[in-house]
Each structure stands twice: as structure tokens, then as C-alpha cells.
Design a protein around this ligand. Structure first.
Ligand code: ADP
Ligand code: MG
Length: 733
């Protein structure tokens, strides 16, 4: 028996035709392994086998007996089939009622010996089994069969703890049990792949026992232990993959960027503020990483407004100062423009060429190359290996530019940058090293050097998740906000208070402060074919209407402007420029404003239709204000009557810590949704377990220990094989 058994398609199993195949596919089950790893969500307890005379009260139990009578009829008026039977044993009889299963008369003929398990209820003072599960032991019985003669371990559906599986229409738990039960014997013979010490140290059940106990447990406690083993297994394999990536990374060569403390100090001196402790620590770690022989692979995780940009810009400046190219990739053009401006201000006296690269044109501030130029001209500059700092959207930089002398890449606001994409990046680089090929992937360099990589995200990632998802990265957390920030007063505003809110806004604007008003697309797209284009259009429509109303009826005396995804990049840029230059009082916008925008003079954030957004996104919006020292406000408007929506918003108005909110969202929506985990290639079971910090830590620890003793897993051939399979699965998902 070898592990090939696992990879056999379920098609090969007896009794699986197109009908079941289709439904299994729906459940994501393709191979025998998938089937065996399709674990129950819960168990029903039918362990209480009684003689019929012993059944005296309502409750759950099982009984063994002979079917004396069975008949099916249609319920009055409804199109529901009712099957009624009488079960007999030597001590008495009891009625059974089944609903909606007209075929039962065929599967349980009169005279059959069966075990039924389920709820006993009372009607008209008479006890009966209400829709029990059943198992036919003999279709036509020998005269008497006693309890002792029945091998209970062979029973799938009745007696003991019955697994209840994730089901799909047309394939119930009963059907799934039918498929899984016969595999048990074979499955148990498969070898354990977790190393002995791991099992021991983590206190896990071994495979043979666990596969049985997970599906057909002897007790709920054993079922729990079995499940823990399988959850651990996935996290452990994930950690092995991540650690392996890390090992591989350490073998790559990167451009070494020498540490120039004086240069950093000079920049810091020009700032109007002092870096926070976390910022200093993160910056120092990065600078140290850049000086190493192998590429940095670091995630900078700090709450909204914690000041990640400055850390990134100084790091990039170091790379350019040392003669390399630096790249700052951001998700939106608005943001690239903003970073371009910030960089210009920050570095203007340090002789660094800073380029903005957006759709058609490019621009350079400061340094000898200053001025406007065509994209092609910038490309040339880059190809001549000139040390420049290029800021632009990811799409643009990835597609259009071949860097030849790249030292550091920073990716801003990139919480969806999963394991797989990063792995892809590495793989691409590797193949380039092998083929000495030019011209394929994002990062173009001298063929033997891999640039350093810094990813930044404001999506607060609980440490568990960081370790689970980004365990191959080093992570720096920026734990605190800059000094002097005030708590943003957050309020749910009822429709009655709307007027009052507008009055408040007017006063603040008169006092020189600025306001964002976010409106989501209120109506949902009607048609099925949902596209990003359509989404933008609807978004735009809603925001235009709101803008019209606000500027004509509510604030005719104030300066308003509008921002949405349909504007050309130049137009967007102009709007943002006017807003940060205080030429505009109120900016009405779609959610394009969400990430990164930094206008410290803005103090009020109004969010229309607040219930349309997730907590993390609301937190991003709120983070657009409260960036200076003035008191800031966030007003939430909603027309939703839903209690859950109100509770969510109410929680949001009280929690200000992004990490806590993330945890809340994690609880409410699960990690997959929230972080796009699916994309990152982490299997389901493990994402569930990411909520269990201790198990992740344990898996991490054990994976490290195993690799320490056997870096290529040569001591553990089975584990190695399983890891290969796992890698395939993760890749294929
Ligand atoms: P985020 O981490 O959300 O990207 P930013 O980098 O945009 O935050 O920084 C938010 C604001 O805080 C910016 O205006 C920035 O100049 C300012 N800032 C950054 N670090 C500090 C600091 N140590 N003290 C005071 N203000 C700071
Ligand atoms: Mg930012």
C-alpha cells in the first residue's frame, strides 16, 4: 500500500457515476485524499441503544428490531411523502415516521432487520421515532436476531457518533458516509508521514488512529483530538513551505547597499518631527537588511497613519544614493502622485532624481534631470542604469519598464500580496538566473542579482496571520501612532441629525478645516455580468448625484470638488493637488480615496451608506483624518435597519485600534474573505486554525526543528513526499 492510493480519482470508486461525481466536484472533492480529508462539521450522538420497552421518554436513542409494517402515503394537500413503519423487538413495538423519502418502502422491506437512530417524540400520547437515520442489517431476517449478533463497528449511519459532513444538494451526509466508510480500512494502512518527534512534541494523535476518529469517532473528545491533528498537519506543511522559501531566498544574491548612517541622519534632521520608536526600529532593520548579500524580504505592517511612507522613502533614498535604482509601487495613481510630492519635498536637497511614472507621461523632480518627459525618455534613463527613484502604479511598472540596476522595490498597501505571488516572483527570478534570460518579469536586473523587497500594508494583520501567511518574510510592526494624535470622535448619525451635521461641517470649514464625504454606489448592479467597469460607472453615478446635491443645495457657499475612478489621471491629480493646497473645502469621493491619501488639514470624514463597507475599509477611511494635531471626526450614515449592521457600526465607533478591528472582522467574516487568503494559497483548514495562535506557533516551532535536523528532509522521505503533494495542491488551487 503506498500513498498513490490518495491520488486516485474518486471516479474509480465503486458506485460513483456521473451523478455523484458532479456533486463531489461541487464539494471540491476530486481524489480519494480529498474525500478522506472531507471532515465532518459535527457529530450526532446515537450511542444509546435501547430495547423498545426501555424507550419511555422523548429524547435521542437507537433501537434494533424488525420492520413489521411499512407504507408510504402523500400528506394531505402538501406534496410531501410520509412513510410510516412499525418496529418490533421481543419487548414491544414503536412507530417510525419518515418524511420525503418515498423510496424507503423499497430499501426497507417488511421483515427487514434494522437499526434506527434519532429523535423519539410524543404525539397523541404515543412515542415514535421522528425521521431517524437507519441501517438495514438483513433485508429479510432470520427468525430472530439478537443484539449480540450484530457487529456495530460495521454500522455507518446508526449507533455511536454519526458524522455530519458539509453537504451539497443531492449529496447528503448519508451519501458521503457511504463513500467514506469503505475506505477506512485501506486508509488506515497508509503510513504516517509526520515525524515521530513532531507527533510527540505536539502531542498529536497518529495518522492511523486520527483518520478513523475524525470520521467515526468513539467519543467527541477523540474526534476533537483527531481534528487537531489534521489542522496541525496543514499548518505544519504550510510552515515547511514557507521556511523552505526562506532558505531558498537566503541562497540568492542581492545588490549590497552599504549602510550610510550620516546620510540617514541628515535626512532625519530636515524633518519637522522625530520618528517614533517603531519607525526608527523598522528603518534600522531595513537598512541593515539592505547591506546583506541576499535579498531582503520584509513586510512593514503599521496601522493607518502610523507613518510607513517616510520609512520607505528614506530606505529608497539610501538605495539610490548608493547608485542603484529604487522603485515605489502603489495601487492607485492618486497615491503615486502623493508619494511623488512627499518624496520631492523630503529629498529635494539630496540630489536624488525622483520620477513619477503614470500612464503616458513621466516627470522628474529635483536633481539634474528635473522636468517633464515622455515615458519613453524615462525608460531610456532607466535602461542606462541611472540611479533614480521611480514612483508609479504597479501595473505600469511591472508592464512597461525593464530595470537594469534595481536595488530596492517597495510595494505599498499590498495586503493581498500572498505567498503564491511572491513565490511566483522568486520562481521567475530563479528561472531567469538559470536561463540568463532577459525581459520577462517585473524586476529586471543584472541577471544574477535579485533586488530587496519591502511590502507595506495598513491592513492590520494579527501576528498569527502574519506568521501563518507570511512566515517566509521578516515582519516589522509599527506599533504606535506619532505623538500628539487625538482619538477620532466617531458617531453614527441618524437622518434626523443630518442637518445638524451639515451645520457642524460648515462651522469647521469656516475655521479653515477640510472635509471628505465618501459615498458608495447605493444601488446594486442588476445584471449578472458584473464587471469592474460597470462597478465604476455605478459608483460614479452615485457620487455625482451626491456632489450635485451638496454643492447646489447644501453648501452653495463652500468650495466642493469631486473624485472618482472614472476621472483621467491628470484630473485626479489636479483634484488632489487642489484639495491638499486648501483650494477645496469638501471633497466628495468614491472609495478610490481609501488607501493612503494623506492630507493632515482634513479633519472630518463623512461616510454615507457606511454599512456597505467592511470594518477594515471603514478604518482605512477614518484613517484619512486625524493625521494632524487637531481634533478629528468620523460620521457614519446608514439607512440600514438591520440590527447586525448597526451593531457592527457601533463596535466600529468604539474601537480605534486597527488590530482589534481586524480581529473583529476576522470573527465576523473569516480570514479568507478579509485578507483574500484564498488567493494566497493557504488551504481552508489551516485558515480556520489561523485563529488559534498557539497551534500556529507550535507548527512553526516543529517545522523549524525538523528542518534544522534535516534541511532537505532527507531523513523523512514520507514527509518529503507529502510536502511535494501539498505543494502541488496549493499550486493548483
Ligand atoms: P501610513 O502609515 O498610513 O502610510 P503616512 O506615511 O501617510 O501613514 O503618514 C501619516 C502622516 O503622519 C504623514 O502626514 C506623515 O508626514 C506624518 N508622520 C509620519 N511619521 C511621523 C512622526 N514620527 N511624527 C509625526 N508625524 C509623522
Ligand atoms: Mg500609506
Amino acid at each position: 500500500m503506498d500513498s498513490d492510493f490518495f491520488t486516485i480519482s474518486v471516479e474509480e470508486l465503486k458506485g460513483i457515476g456521473p451523478y455523484y461525481l458532479k456533486r463531489l466536484t461541487k464539494l471540491g472533492i476530486k481524489t480519494i485524499r480529498d474525500l478522506l480529508w472531507h471532515f465532518p462539521v459535527r457529530y450526532e450522538d446515537y450511542s444509546d441503544l435501547k430495547k423498545i420497552s426501555e424507550i419511555k421518554t422523548e429524547g435521542i436513542c437507537s433501537a434494533l428490531g424488525k420492520i413489521e409494517k411499512i407504507s408510504t402515503r402523500k400528506a394531505f394537500r402538501k406534496r410531501l411523502f410520509i412513510t410510516e413503519a412499525v418496529l418490533y423487538d421481543k419487548t414491544g413495538t414503536i412507530d417510525i415516521v419518515w418524511f420525503g423519502q418515498p423510496y424507503l418502502k423499497r430499501t426497507i422491506p417488511e421483515g427487514a432487520i434494522v437499526i434506527v437512530s434519532g429523535k423519539v417524540q410524543k404525539k397523541d400520547n404515543k412515542l415514535f421515532f421522528n425521521n431517524p437515520v437507519y441501517e438495514v442489517i438483513y433485508r429479510s431476517a432470520p427468525a430472530s436476531v439478537s443484539e449480540e449478533e450484530i457487529d456495530f463497528s460495521q454500522l455507518k449511519h446508526t449507533a455511536g457518533l454519526i458524522p455530519v459532513y458539509p453537504e451539497t444538494r443531492g449529496l447528503t451526509s448519508r451519501g458521503i458516509r457511504f463513500l467514506i466508510k469503505p475506505l477506512m480500512e485501506k486508509a488506515k494502512k497508509l503510513p504516517e508521514f509526520l515525524p515521530e518527534p513532531v507527533l510527540k512534541n505536539a502531542g498529536l494523535m497518529d495518522y492511523k488512529k486520527a483518520i478513523k476518529q475524525a470520521h467515526f469517532p468513539d467519543s467527541l473528545e477523540l474526534a476533537e483530538q483527531a481534528k487537531k491533528r489534521f489542522v496541525f498537519e496543514e499548518i505544519f506543511l504550510t510552515q515547511l513551505l514557507l521556511l523552505e522559501l526562506r532558505q531558498k531566498n537566503a541562497l540568492l544574491k542581492a545588490p549590497q547597499i552599504p549602510i550610510d548612517i550620516d546620510f540617514v541622519k541628515q535626512i532625519l534632521k530636515t524633518l519637522s518631527f522625530e520618528l517614533t520608536e517603531s519607525q526608527k526600529k523598522a528603518l534600522w532593520r531595513i537598512i541593515r537588511d539592505l547591506a546583506r548579500k541576499y535579498p531582503m524580504n520584509r513586510l512593514l505592517n503599521g496601522d493607518v497613519g502610523s507613518g510607513k511612507t517616510i520609512v520607505a522613502l528614506i530606505s529608497l533614498a539610501c538605495a539610490v544614493k548608493a547608485g542603484f535604482q529604487g522603485v515605489f509601487m502603489v495601487p492607485t495613481e492618486i497615491l503615486s502622485y502623493q508619494h511623488f510630492q512627499t518624496a520631492g519635498k523630503l529629498l529635494k536637497d539630496f540630489g536624488i532624481d525622483i520620477c513619477l511614472l503614470i500612464s503616458k507621461e513621466a516627470r522628474i523632480v529635483s536633481g539634474e534631470l528635473e522636468g517633464e518627459l515622455k515615458k519613453s525618455a524615462l525608460k531610456k534613463i532607466i535602461q542606462e542604469a541611472k540611479p533614480v527613484l521611480v514612483i508609479g502604479t504597479q501595473a505600469l511598472i511591472q508592464k512597461d519598464v525593464d530595470f537594469v540596476n534595481l536595488g530596492l522595490v517597495v510595494v505599498d498597501e499590498q495586503h493581498r500580496f500572498g505567498v503564491r505571488q511572491r513565490q511566483q516572483l522568486l520562481v521567475n527570478n530563479e528561472s531567469r538566473i538559470k536561463n540568463n534570460e532577459h525581459n520577462k518579469s517585473i524586476i529586471h536586473n543584472s541577471p544574477f542579482l535579485i533586488p530587496h523587497l519591502l511590502t507595506m500594508t495598513a491592513t492590520p494583520i494579527p501576528r498569527t496571520l502574519a506568521l501563518g501567511l507570511w512566515g517566509d518574510l521578516d515582519v516589522s510592526f509599527i506599533a504606535e501612532l506619532p505623538k500628539g494624535r487625538k482619538k477620532i470622535i466617531t458617531k453614527i448619525i441618524s437622518q434626523k441629525q443630518r442637518e445638524q451635521m451639515y451645520q457642524f461641517i460648515r462651522e469647521k470649514v469656516k475655521a479653515g478645516e477640510q472635509v471628505f464625504i465618501i459615498c458608495p454606489r447605493i444601488e446594486k448592479p442588476e445584471d449578472q455580468e458584473f464587471s469592474y467597469e460597470k462597478y465604476l460607472r455605478l459608483d460614479t453615478k452615485a457620487v455625482k448625484e451626491e456632489y450635485e446635491k451638496l454643492s447646489k443645495e447644501i453648501f452653495p457657499d463652500l468650495k466642493l470638488d469631486i473624485l472618482h475612478g472614472k476621472l483621467k489621471s491628470r484630473e485626479k491629480e489636479l483634484v488632489m493637488k487642489k484639495f491638499s493646497g486648501k483650494e477645496v473645502d469638501i471633497l466628495v469621493s468614491t472609495s478610490v480615496i481609501e488607501v493612503g491619501i494623506d492630507v493632515p488639514n482634513a479633519t472630518i470624514m463623512v461616510i454615507e451608506g457606511a454599512d456597505y463597507f467592511g470594518l477594515a475599509q471603514l478604518h482605512q477611511f477614518r484613517g484619512r483624518v486625524g493625521r494632524g494635531e487637531k481634533q478629528s471626526y468620523c460620521f457614519l450614515l446608514t439607512e440600514s435597519e438591520s440590527k447586525a449592521a448597526r451593531q457592527r457600526l457601533s463596535a466600529f465607533s468604539k474601537i480605534f485600534d486597527g488590530f482589534k478591528l481586524a480581529e473583529q472582522d476576522l470573527k465576523l467574516r473569516g480570514p479568507g474573505q478579509f485578507f483574500g487568503v484564498r488567493q494566497s494559497g493557504i488551504p481552508d483548514l489551516a485558515t480556520k486554525a489561523l485563529k488559534d495562535f498557539s497551534l500556529v506557533l507550535l507548527a512553526r516551532e516543529q517545522a523549524e526543528a525538523v528542518l534544522q535536523g534535516s534541511p532537505r528532509l532527507e531523513k523523512y522521505p514520507r514527509l518529503k513526499q507529502e510536502l511535494e503533494n501539498f505543494r502541488q495542491r496549493v499550486h493548483l488551487e
